[in-house]
Write a protein that binds this ligand. Sequence first.
Ligand code: SF4
Length: 69
Amino acid sequence: MRIAIDLSLCQGYAQCAFLAPDVFKFVGQEALMYVPEPDDSQRQNVLRAAAACPVGAILVDVDDVAGAR
Ligand code: SF4
């Protein structure tokens, strides 16, 4: 799976890092790092993180979205 984060939306609430710590990590107080192509075993965690993000900044399966256009 492929994910992306719209960093112009991200407010650093860190729900994603709490729900999918193997995919999203904070470095220092504000720098969010993430795995852009997480293993499919992380799908449930990533979907939970995307649903929990208060600003909808986590985009899941970005290739599928782009391919549908
Ligand atoms: S939950 Fe959303 S707003 Fe919070 S750090 Fe993650 S991507 Fe950013």
